[in-house]
Design a protein around this ligand. Sequence first.
Ligand code: ATP
Length: 330
Amino acid sequence: MPNAQCPIPHSQKMRSYSLIAPAKINLYLEIIGARLDGYHELAMILQSIGLADEIDVRSISTDTIRVYCNHPQVPTDKSNLAYQAAELMVRQFPEAFAKYGGVEITINKQIPVAAGLAGGSTNAAAVLVGIDLLWKLGLTQSELEELGGTLGSDVPFCVAGGTAIATGRGEQLSPLPSLDSIYIVLAKYRSLEVSTAWAYKTYRQQFGHSYIRDSDNLTARANAVHSGVIVKAVLDKDAREIARKLHNDLERVVLPDYPQVLQLREVFANQEGVLGTMMSGSGPTVFALFESQQQAEQVKLQVRKAILDEDLELFVTRTITHGIQVASSI
Ligand code: ATP
């Protein structure tokens, strides 16, 4: 990316979009096997939640990409997924870049980092949506999702969000009817991180012998999730049944190595009003589901009392029906 100061014509009006970028949880995560491309074949149910970052995307009068973030653990260089999303748009749409100039991205981080909540992925999705608007490209949802898939497996889901089955690497999406207002408590130790790459590598080492290997069976098994019990519970909007069928294969490797995560699971499981509890993605965030906000608030207090550790962050949120949304534009 050139760094030269290259003013764009005054006739091009500066514009700025403020976007809401929600986190996700996994209601279901099954590792089916290994793919020829080295990734895992997955069957997941992904759910957007109210906890969200705010992303401002603004045209600037130089041909550069700049990223600012209020969170010290989040890089602002090319390793930031939001930066990579902007770079992708520059590569894909050089004429629009020449016409509208560079982009400044400001991330107001509320989603815990390296938490299994798709924080980086939802930021990248917001930048794709924001630049599409800034540059008046008129991309469709599926075009945005396809671009997102080149950045990371969770990015396509984050574009439209809501509730969806995700197969393949997680990029093949089948929307499900929206689930709104299941209340959630999220628990994460601020200084505890689990590397997604480590979790999958360890899973492969320990359980790779049981992987399905031939491609027809891989696809058949991935498709079976569509008629599985948890999808039926989602279709029935039955929060109790969804909570009973929560599943995450990665717990098999993360819980034995991270006793704090296991402890959170156990503390949640013993609270009144908890419909079900599970680790999200590769962790270390643990979530619990509730029928009412009052129950969720109550259990948040109980967990705070049970685990007297200032490093533990707790959030009350709920399922939502959307992904990236425009909050305002100037
Ligand atoms: P996923 O659920 O998709 O596996 P995650 O929630 O576990 O993701 P992220 O919050 O995306 O993890 O952070 C993973 C790593 O990515 C962090 O260590 C961080 O340094 C880096 N990163 C790059 N860009 C971002 C971003 N925009 N927001 C957060 N982290 C980012």
